[in-house]
Design a protein around this ligand. Structure first.
Ligand code: UDP
Length: 246
């Protein structure tokens, strides 16, 4: 969260700097099968975020001491390209990317039927090419589509979304300015069929009422995002069917 600022992030008519209302999402577009050599892949554009995901596996986990005899391990690696942000990002992992990789791995593991693949590993590479706030939840949303596109059995999809507090109001899907200068940011990952929460982090402070308002806004939005995920996967299936028919 940024420091106190004079920027007015939301006006008296509840209109935000980019023209959105409090519960409006930025535009979201997802494509699948964008990389030939991955088992599954996806590309998401969410507002100004552009993120590529490649999935490999399940394959035998290596080194062997990493293997779990009861289930597959899910290894997500979140990486931000040096050119993805305004100020060049130093290449390679940092504390933030290690943390995001961990929470995204855990969220995906809750959705994947890992018990079907003992001793295996599923690798999920999340490459942020352009960052515009909310990259962890956009990356998670795209990763879930790429895992499904790889044909890996899942209990449910994982949908990510954020809500937060700007100008003392609760709003959905924070923009870059709102993320930098707002009062709170709450990224969440949800399994939309059961509404189970598989990722939750919070930056800043929310009262209990504000937290409830933010989570209910996110829950509603996840249904819309899940529909976009389904459409991306159906499109992939239709293209495959057409190719097989030719
Ligand atoms: N950001 C940046 N440089 C960095 C890390 C983040 O410019 O090294 C920007 C980027 O646009 C990112 C935003 O700050 O999307 C918010 O970062 P945060 O850590 O809140 O994670 P995110 O919202 O992307 O999940």
């Amino acid at each position: 969260m940024g420091t106190a600022s004079d920027i007015k992030l939301i006006d008296e008519n509840n209109i935000r700097l980019d023209g959105r209302g409090p519960d409006e999402l930025r535009p979201i577009k997802i494509e699948t099968n964008v990389l030939n050599r991955a088992d599954g892949s996806s590309f998401i554009e969410w507002g100004g975020n552009k993120i590529m995901v490649a999935v490999y596996g399940p394959r035998e986990a290596y080194p062997k001491h990493n293997q779990d005899i009861n289930k597959a391990i899910v290894k997500a690696r979140y990486n931000m390209a040096a050119f993805s942000v305004d100020e060049r990002k130093r290449p390679g992992p940092d504390r933030r990317s290690v943390e995001i990789s961990k929470v995204v791995s855990e969220a995906l593991e809750a959705a994947i039927m890992v018990e079907l693949f003992p001793r295996a590993q599923i690798d999920v590479f999340i490459e942020v090419l352009q960052a515009d706030a909310g990259t962890r939840i956009a990356g998670l949303t795209a990763a879930s589509v790429a895992v499904a596109a790889a044909g890996i059995p899942m209990r449910d999809m994982v949908v990510g979304c954020t809500a937060g507090k700007v100008g003392n109001k609760i709003v959905l899907d924070l923009s870059k300015e709102e993320d930098n200068f707002g009062q709170a940011d709450l990224p969440m990952g949800i399994l939309p069929k059961s509404d189970r929460v598989v990722l939750m982090q919070m930056d800043g402070d929310l009262s209990v009422e504000e937290f409830e308002q933010a989570t209910s806004m996110i829950m509603k939005a996840t249904k819309r995002i899940a529909q976009i995920q389904r459409e991306a996967l159906t499109k992939k299936y239709e293209i495959q069917q057409k190719e097989q028919g030719e």
